[in-house]
Each structure stands twice: as structure tokens, then as C-alpha cells.
Design a protein around this ligand. Structure first.
Ligand code: IMP
Length: 177
């Protein structure tokens, strides 16, 4: 499903709350470098289906910062590994426009069926310092719209109610019925 532990924890919680079970596959699928979460997800679904032949769920997500023209976006995993939250804060040191959003594209493919994509967006802003210990990735610098805490200061269930991933899952669960 995903090799990112933080994502997996959130995803397995939401799936368990609906009475289902998820299994984390051990192999990362080869990620094509393209400017679209959707293409990464579709390519991952087909690759995993070919190798595992079971219902497949893929999550590709990223942080899009307005004043950085959408960077790191589809390159978020790489940006996080190379310079992390502090790197984003440094890039934005003198920036007053702090608007940003998280996007998540979930792909689901059942054996012999067409792939389905579900997108969730969480609007918010970049804080001026890192805050909180929970979550993963850029959570310590992302403040969702209407709140003062970062995602890293919120319990997982609260984050899942507001997050890009939580919203994409609502659509997936609606589809699955
Ligand atoms: P990918 O979807 O595996 O390509 O990785 C997306 C990257 O975006 C992660 O490694 C994180 O750095 C970041 N990201 C995606 N979703 C979240 C989130 O919910 N919180 C914090 N960072 C996230």
C-alpha cells in the first residue's frame, strides 16, 4: 500500500475503524518523476497489481506552497529527506504569504477492475517555526485552515478528520459503500 510508516499508521487506523484490514506490501513501486500525483498513483497501481494480484491501495501525496509556486509538491518525499521542515522554513524566512495545501491522491484497484482515483485537499498555512511531535513529514509546519495548532500538535484522529488523506478516504469509503 505504501512504504511510508507515518502514512501507513494513519491509513490502517482509518481502514480498521471501518472494519477492514490493510496489509503493507514490502516492495516500494518504482515512482515515475512526473508533475502529477495522479500519474504516479496510476503507474503504481498497475505495477503492484501485476506483481501482487490482490486489491491494491496506493497513496501519493505532497505539500504545495503557494509562494514557492507549488514546490515541493510531487517532490515532497525527496525534499523532506534532503532538507526537511527547516529547509522549507528557511526558504520562506522573509515570506508573508504563508498559504499552502496538502494534496493526497488515493488509488484503488480491484482484481480485473479499472483503477479508481480519489483526491483530498487540506488548505492551510506554513507556520514560522516547527511545532509538535506527532504525525510525520511536514506535519510540524502545517497549520490547517481554521486552527492554530499544526498537524503535529493534533491527535491522529483529529488530523484524519481534517487532512487531505482523511478527505480522500471519505471518498473511497463512499465508493466502496
Ligand atoms: P510520497 O507520497 O510517498 O511521494 O511522499 C509524500 C511526502 O509528502 C511525504 O514523505 C511527506 O514528506 C509529505 N507528506 C504527505 N502527506 C503528509 C502528511 O499528512 N503530513 C506530513 N507530510 C506529508
Amino acid at each position: 500500500m505504501t512504504t511510508n510508516r507515518g502514512k501507513y499508521n494513519e491509513i490502517s487506523r482509518m481502514i480498521q475503524q471501518r472494519g477492514h484490514e490493510a496489509e503493507q506490501l514490502p516492495t516500494p513501486y518504482p515512482e515515475v518523476q512526473v508533475e502529477s500525483l495522479e500519474i504516479v498513483v496510476l503507474q503504481g497501481l498497475y505495477w503492484l497489481m501485476q506483481h501482487y494480484e490482490r486489491p491494491i491501495l496506493v497513496d501519493d501525496s505532497g505539500l504545495f506552497v503557494d509562494s514557492l509556486n507549488g514546490f515541493p509538491g510531487v517532490y515532497s518525499a525527496h525534499a523532506y529527506k534532503s532538507f526537511g521542515c527547516d529547509g522549507i522554513l528557511r526558504l520562506m524566512e522573509t515570506e508573508t504569504n504563508r498559504k499552502a495545501r496538502f494534496e493526497c491522491v488515493l488509488g484503488f484497484m480491484d482484481i480485473g477492475k479499472d483503477p479508481m482515483l480519489f483526491k483530498g485537499v487540506s488548505e492551510g498555512s506554513i507556520s514560522t517555526e516547527t511545532r509538535g511531535e506527532k504525525g510525520f513529514g511536514f506535519d510540524p509546519i502545517f497549520v490547517p485552515e481554521g486552527f492554530s495548532e499544526t498537524f503535529a500538535e493534533m491527535p491522529m484522529d483529529r488530523k484524519n478528520e481534517l487532512s487531505h488523506r482523511g478527505r480522500a478516504f471519505e471518498k473511497l469509503f463512499e465508493f466502496l459503500g
